[in-house]
Design a protein around this ligand. Sequence first.
Ligand code: ZN
Length: 107
Amino acid sequence: MDKKTVNILGADYTIETDEEILKDGADGICHPYSNRIRIRPKENMLGDGDTKEEKEKCYKETLSHECIHAYFRESGLYSYMKDEVLVDWIATQFPKMEKTFRELDIL
Ligand SMILES: [Zn+2]
């Protein structure tokens, strides 16, 4: 199992690449009460017919999504933390928002 650590609003979260996550039926899972994010290995994302680029994109979107769960947890916004639609919206739109802010030089 591959592990790395990321700091989210002052709390260290372990990012664990985990083959066993397949048993839970998810690509990624945030465990906010133990500061862990488990994620399927990049090469195991999607299906056999999907390209390396598609798997890479899915991996990044999944990891972003799980980090947003952690951000809400560390903010004390527990109902938002559990809101999959909101979490997914932020994870999906954040790169576009960042691009807008960079274009406007407001970061
Ligand atoms: Zn989620």
